[in-house]
Each structure stands twice: as C-alpha cells, then as structure tokens.
Design a protein around this ligand. Sequence first.
Ligand code: PLP
Length: 473
Amino acid sequence: MNKDEFRQWGYRFVDWVADYFENVGQYPVRPAIQPGDIKKRLPKEAPVQGEPMEAVFADFQEIVVPGMTHWQHPSWFAYFSANNSPPSVLAELLTAGMGAQCMIWETSPAAAEMEEVVLEWLRKLLGLPEGLSGVIQDTASTASLVALLTAREQVTEYESNRRGLQEPLLVYVSEEAHSSVEKGAKIAGFGSENIRKIPTDAAFAMIPEELEKALAVDKDRGLQPACVVATIGTTSSSAIDPLEPIGRICRRHNVWLHVDAAYAGTAAILPEKRWIFEGAEHADSLVFNPHKWMLTNFDCSAYYVKDAGALIRTFEIHPEYLKTGVDAMVKNYRDWGIQLGRRFRALKLWFVLRSYGVEGIQAMVREHIRLAQLFKEWVEAHDLFEVMAPVPLSLVCFRLNNGRPEDELDRLNRDLLKRLNQTGRLLLTQTSLKGKYVIRMAIDSHTTREQHVRDAWALIQETASALLSKAPV
Ligand code: PLP
C-alpha cells in the first residue's frame, strides 16, 4: 500500500468506525451464527499475491462484522463490559502508527515515563495508598499471575526462581474468586490441590474468620502459606471481600495479600465508593482493569505493587543485548512482568483521562450505578422475580421464581436466558450462586442509557410471561 492509498483508506476507516459508534445499537448483540460458519467463508491458504484493500475491506464488512459479538452495544449486559471510547481508539491508532515497542526505557522513553505518571494519577484517583508503584499489564489474569509469582519468590527467598519449587506453597482465595487466580496458581507451580477456597457469607464475600482458621490449620500441619487473594467485585455477583480484616490476618501470618479489583476498582473514582478499598494499605499488590469500566479499549490492566524491588527481583533479566547506559536511572518495565516486548498502553489511558477528566468518568460510573439500583428496584417489586445478591455497584443478579422446586427454577431461568439472548436485542450471562442458577445484568457499558435498561426489563418480563404460559403448573 502506498502512502496515498494509506491516507485514503485511513480516512475511510475512521469514517467506518465513527459510523459503527453511531449504529452499533442496530446490530444483533450476538450474531445468529453457528461454530464453523466463519471458517467456511475464509480461504484455507494465504493469498500468494497481494490483494487490493477494496477486496479486503469488502470481506471485513461481509464476513467479519456480521460474525462479531458487539461489546459496545448499548444493550450489552453480559460478563462485564470491555468499554472503548473515541479518544482511546484514536490513541490506539497513533500507537500502532508509531509501531511502538516499549520493552525498556530506551526503546520508548515517553511511553515508559508516561506509564509511570498515568498510573500515579490513577492511584490517587482511586484513593489507593501512597507508596504503591504501578505498571500496566495486559490483563488482570496476567497481573494476578505476576502477583502469585512474586509472592512465591518472596516466601522462598527467591530460591524457587533458582531451584524450582522445593515444597508445596498454599494460596487462599474465596470460593467466589475469578478463575484466573486458579489458573495463575496452577501456572506458578502451586498446584490446584494447594488452593484453599475460603467460604463466603450471605453476601458472597470471603469470611475472614474462615481464612484465619484455614491459615492456622495449614501452619499447624507444617505447610507454607504464600498468598491470599481478595476480590473487590467478584465476577459472579460483585461481592466485596472485606480487605481490612483480611489484611490484618495476612500481616499477622506474614502472607502476601493480592487484591483483584478487575471490574470494581474503577468505582473508587467516586468518593462515595472509596470504601471498597478500605484496608488496601495491607495489600502487597492490587490490580484493576481500565479496559473494563474506564473507557480504555482492551487491553489495559493497572497493576500496583508495594515492594517494587520484590517484583523486579522476581522477573529481572540482564542479557548483554538489553543493557543500556541509563539502566540505573530509569524504570525498565520489561522487569515488571512476564513479557519482554510491551505495547504503549499508557497512551490510550492518558487520552481517556485527559478527554473525559475525572468528572466525566465519575459521571458515567455514577449513572451506571443509578441504573443498576433502578433495575434492582423493578426486580424487587415484581412478584415473579427476585434479586439474588446485594448490588453494591452496577451488577444485578436476579432470577425468575414461580415457586417451583430449585431444579425446575434452574431449568426455567436457563430457558429464559436462552430465549432472551436469541432475540439479539440484548445480551445477558449467567452464573451460579450457592448452587442456584442466576442471571447477571451488568450495567457498565458507556453506550447504555436508561431507555436501554427499561427496554431490557420489558423484554425480560414479556419473555418470562411467554415462558410461564407454556411451563407445566
Ligand atoms: N478478575 C475478575 C474479578 C474479573 O471479573 C475478571 C474478568 O471479568 C478477571 C479477573 C479477568 O480479567 P482479564 O480478562 O483482564 O484477565
């Protein structure tokens, strides 16, 4: 592609994206396609000769777009959102244009220094303790793996890096912790049998006394605890583990405390939600995802660590070909995580924070929380629906309950969810809370307005009525 073609196509693609932003609500949220449908339409071999962009773009529109699930759809209520925003997308374009690779300070000085500054902005915005050092990881999964590896090294005095794990180490999570922690614990060599799942209370939050008990029992047996992971905003129900008592227990037992606030962390930008991080001063590490609720398109995960020295000692490498004359004066983020090569993610975060300002992000988050409370009230007021978990933020867990036995209710709600999602007019996902099948309505998409939530509730009631009129009594 020559430079004139690039310019011409660049303008066209920006137009396409701008139209997409405007029209995304008109697509079915999830396409009605079957596994394999897209593969069938793609050639088995790469083209030998270059093709005109016209042909590539035509296929993008005809094959790719109809085969996509639309995460920015205003009726996206599934999982948690992965919000983008115009400034974030533009920053991503500039990053790609520069082809930036930010493995060490010298390979992208502005990127390294901006990452440091922007993460310090964020730390202050969320009211996180002073002294935490930040680094951007790709995802919360990676950040939690990094935390587990650092905890492992610290507890073994950096011997497992050298000799491999010599004795089992234990990880403690609530039974509601995200699966990425279990995955991380497996990869980090802890072994899935050495993960202790601590029971939760009626609000699905970790019970600190149960954690204390489990630690004491394991220590009495001569076993070695290495890390506790607390979740602020669990995936299933947005439960908030109580950091203050958990943190004190971790200090007493000298165990690394990692906090997974992947979705909920952004809420602390609101003064009235700062309480979610009460006790964060006990945390050795903490992660939250600007790529979820902070308008920064995937991927961008903010990871904070109290002892940056421990992190660096876990990951540092010193091959001759990476040495520079300024290593002692700068942050080389290659030593702050797993990968060597790193993207310039700080730029999009910087664009977002500058474009929206703190107040712009606060207004969005506050509105999502208001809408979730509204939805919760509608569910509570309905005879045939019930709210299944507290709603501290913007996720509402609910189910249809017509008084039938539990296994029938599970089936009924499964059917309800299937029918709702088949309409293509919204997307919801499910979870299981204390063994009960529950529908999750996550209201955290930047395109969602009150009318979309009202439409969703109308559709849910309508679909439930149709389902119940067919159900055996
Ligand atoms: N932790 C929690 C609590 C989450 O809800 C999620 C995803 O929703 C993750 C971790 C994983 O996030 P990521 O996709 O950034 O790895």
